[in-house]
Write a protein that binds this ligand. Structure first.
Ligand code: ADP
Length: 357
């Protein structure tokens, strides 16, 4: 802890100092007027005080309320961004002790950010579900009105099937995402032959590629092995290949390459398609972010594919990177460690256990 100024803080005996030292939260002791008397190192690191007094008006008000009040004063304070610190949300508990005020701080910035992400996600899901459900309801009405017109009936039924397929891939993607975010991780991992994985996924996407007159060529190092969850890795690669096909012009090529770089298996999907503008590149892995929502909806995209790929790579201890140039094409590369991060941990634990014996 750091002491400030020469003001009297006689009530802070050695015992009290010891209690303060073991508090897990950052804390400050201030005089009623906001003059700083003592502070834990973590409170100073938070940037809540930059000089020898509290300057944030909201925090000063809380301190004044705690100094005059009977009970503990709770509140929240937003520290604006400065040259040295990012914006922070602090949860505050303050109470008066003798003539001073003890302020306990909790950094709630990350929690608040996650709340926002969650809220956005739920709002996005609701919106995405509403569109096909609304369309289905309208189509059902249209079918009722067209019972005597077989051609219209067929047309509406086909559209119903398309909307149902959209709903089902959205629900499927949501289930995939929620599974990835649960802590099951790689419990069901196994040794996977990369060639077999590639063949399996190529099989799944070949029809879509042929329909669009896109040739998929495979190259690189053969017989690579990696450790992971087969269905997840297949789903990630399928997503990348489907995107490469969907965002390419007919008659172009998609190349799939495999290689080993520093104990990481790299699987790249290269297309000669529409590419992605630099401004969009950093956002495409976000859930529901689409460069061109109309085009993505037309191809049946859910806007969740790349976020699933990103999570799958992360769960495997790897990452997915992208290079792209608008109008020229894109390269997505999954980098997955050859060996499980979990196995490394287990090995480390085993060695630790051995050392203790
Ligand atoms: P979607 O279901 O919309 O394809 P994704 O999460 O898979 O959602 O991708 C997000 C967005 O990134 C897409 O809507 C598209 O704008 C862009 N994108 C993804 N892959 C490619 C690619 N190979 N070429 C061009 N744009 C792509």
């Amino acid at each position: 802890m750091t002491e400030f100024g020469s003001q009297q803080t006689a009530w802070i005996s050695e015992d009290i100092s010891n209690v303060l030292a073991i508090l897990p939260q950052p804390w400050l002791i201030v005089a009623k007027d906001g003059m700083l008397l003592k502070a834990s190192e973590r409170a100073l690191e938070l940037g809540v005080v930059l000089t020898d007094r509290v300057e944030n008006l909201d925090l000063l008000n809380l301190i004044a309320a705690a100094a005059d009040g009977e009970n503990v004063t709770d509140g929240e304070v937003i520290l604006p961004k400065t040259r040295t610190h990012e914006e922070k949300v602090l949860r505050i508990r303050a109470t008066h002790v003798c003539n001073d005020v003890l302020v306990i701080l909790e950094d709630a910035t990350e929690e608040r950010r996650l709340d926002e992400v969650r809220r956005d996600f739920v709002a996005n899901i609701s919106h995405e579900l509403k569109t096909p459900v609304g369309a289905l309801s309208l189509l059902a009405e249209a079918i009722e009105a067209a019972v005597d017109d077989p051609a219209s009936l067929q047309h509406f039924a086909q559209r119903m099937r398309r909307e149902t397929a959209r709903l089902s891939s959205l629900v499927g993607d949501l289930i995939d995402l929620s599974r990835l975010q649960s802590d099951e991780l790689l419990v069901t991992g196994e040794q996977i032959n990369v060639d077999a994985l590639v063949t399996q996924v190529l099989d799944d996407v070949q029809t879509v590629a042929k329909n669009k007159d896109i040739e998929i060529v495979v190259g690189g190092t053969g017989n690579l092995m990696l450790w992971g969850q087969r269905d997840q890795l297949a789903s990630a690669l399928r997503n990348l290949l489907t995107n490469a096909i969907n965002y390419s012009h007919p008659g172009t090529r998609v190349a799939l390459g495999t290689k080993l770089v520093d104990d990481f298996v790299e699987i790249s999907v290269v297309d000669q398609g529409i590419g992605i503008a630099a401004a969009d590149l950093e956002r495409i892995f976000e859930r529901f972010y689409r460069v061109d929502p109309a085009r993505s909806r037309f191809t049946g995209g859910t806007g969740l594919g790349l976020s699933i790929v990103k999570h799958i790579c992360a769960v495997h201890g790897g990452e997915c990177t992208v290079w792209s140039q608008e109008g020229h094409g894109s390269t997505f590369t999954m980098r997955i460690p050859k060996q499980s991060p979990l196995i490394n941990n287990l090995d480390a634990n085993r060695q630790g256990e051995g050392a203790e014996k």
